[in-house]
Write a protein that binds this ligand. Structure first.
Ligand code: GDP
Length: 445
């Protein structure tokens, strides 16, 4: 089963962590050493493992633990999120939103499962996407390749381009495109010739086909059982053609899963589908968060931590709102706000709940990128005296120059910060007029 051995190992590591009430840095580091070994044994590429473990360590060590959960549970959540990110974050379905026919070009080594996958995807597009799909095999090297696709087409009730003997791949592609246009197909799937290894002549052919058919998706099919070789093949192909995604076949037979885990990080290309069997319904959309959940097998812990985080956000939001409603929102509060945004990657639920925060977010979006901007704003507040922080109206031109110098920023940036503070304070006044906290409650739904 997919990821079974990795899942077992990680399960053991986290079961031991989970029961602990308090975790110190040594516990976390020890657990992550085991995670590192587990990933290497799963055949994940070394640089990817290193990056993963470093990222998790940085997040896990020294993070304040949320109320109502244990540190061990929090580490599980951090690992879960890092795993999801390593796998590519969002599911990447096919993007076929173009004037039809949308061309999907399939490439890959011989025996990787390319022809089978072409038929599987065509079936999925026909049944789930209600698309009218035409398939064409451009493989003139292997005898019977075109017949194989025609047979699969019959099995999944998808049309295939009639076979004309003696045509070149480019001729076939041209004819297929014309047929798709004339006959009103939504999607044209081109199954290109396989190759034994990355070979120059076939790469040229692939590029020529891509040039005349302008594919919207170029999917590389690789065999997950080949582990790191699959990742190397993907790296090679992506240097030759503009791949839009990868399909990993034979995930039904790969208990280690190293290729799946390294693919995104090494090639930068998303895994779009995985093949899970020889049968033509053995195809799954690759969903990083679900896969991470499957690997860790700790969905209960992850959702527990998510709920706890939400509760904390609401509590903090309410405390802040109470201060604001009393007209006491000062620079210290703004700073606390920035810190919370930083913790939540600038996208906290609070940001959506409090109206003034929208302006801050907007300003950040227009700025140099969330994190950098937050660091600068934080430095500005850090350069204020305690008195100035609680009474920002004290800031005259002279003080602003001093603060800008002290924080390594500019007076414009200091002004920008003051404007944000003012906008949030104004938003609060509006809320007070609506009935204070009750009004806010209504706005927060
Ligand atoms: P191609 O040469 O790349 O076109 O490969 P084929 O599509 O002919 O597939 C080669 C073999 O792999 C066939 O026997 C397929 O049934 C099998 N195959 C393809 N995808 C999968 C998969 O996801 N799981 C399993 N178990 N077998 C697969």
């Amino acid at each position: 089963v997919m990821f079974e051995s990795l899942s077992d190992r990680l399960g053991g590591v986290f079961d031991r962590l989970r029961g602990r009430g308090a975790l110190n840095e040594a516990d976390v580091r020890a657990a992550l050493r085991e995670v590192r070994i587990a990933l290497l044994e799963a055949d994940v590429a070394l640089p990817v493992v290193r990056q993963f473990v470093d990222g998790v360590t940085e997040k896990a060590v020294g993070q304040s633990v949320l109320k109502s959960i244990t540190p061990g549970q929090q580490v599980v959540k951090i690992v879960n999120d890092a795993l999801t990110e390593m796998l590519g974050s969002d599911a990447a379905d096919l993007d076929l939103d173009v004037t039809p026919p949308a061309v999907v070009m399939m490439v890959g080594l011989q025996g990787s499962g390319k022809t089978t996958t072409t038929a599987k995807i065509a079936k999925r597009l026909t049944e789930k996407g209600r698309k009218k799909v035409l398939m064409a095999s451009l493989d003139v090297n292997r005898p019977a390749a075109q017949e194989q696709l025609a047979t699969l087409g019959t099995q999944v009730s998808v049309a295939t381009l009639p076979i004309v003997a003696g045509q070149t791949p480019v001729d076939i592609a041209r004819r297929a495109l014309q047929a798709a246009k004339l006959q009103g197909f939504d999607v044209l799937m081109l199954d290109t010739a396989g190759r034994l290894h990355v070979d120059q002549a076939l790469m040229e052919e692939m590029r020529a086909v891509a040039e005349i058919s302008t594919p919207h998706e170029i999917l590389l099919v690789v065999d997950a059982l080949t582990g790191q070789d699959a990742v190397n093949v993907a790296t090679n192909f992506s240097q030759q053609v503009a791949l839009t995604g990868v399909v990993l076949t034979r995930m039904d037979g790969d208990a280690r899963g190293g290729a799946a885990l390294s693919m995104r990080a090494v090639t930068g290309k998303p895994i779009k589908f995985v093949g899970t069997g020889e049968k033509l319904d053995g195809l799954e959309l690759f969903q990083p968060s679900r896969v991470a959940g499957r690997i860790l097998g700790m969905g209960d812990v992850v959702s527990l931590v998510e709920r706890a985080a939400e509760t904390i956000q609401v509590e903090e939001a309410e405390a802040l709102a109470a201060k604001m409603a009393k007209g006491q929102f000062d620079m210290n509060d703004l700073r606390a706000q920035f810190n919370q945004m930083k913790r939540m990657g600038g996208l906290g639920a609070l940001a959506g709940m409090l109206p003034g925060v929208k302006q801050v977010k907007q300003a950040m979006a227009n700025g140099a990128g969330d994190d950098k901007m937050l660091v600068r704003l934080d430095a500005i507040i850090g350069s204020m005296t305690p008195k100035e922080r609680s009474k920002p109206e004290l800031l005259n031109a002279k003080r602003k120059i001093r603060i800008a110098k002290g924080s390594g920023t500019t007076v414009q940036e200091v002004n920008k910060l003051l404007k944000m503070h003012q906008e949030m304070a104004n938003a609060m006044k509006k809320i007070r007029k609506m009935g204070g906290l009750k009004g806010l409650g209504a706005m927060m739904g």
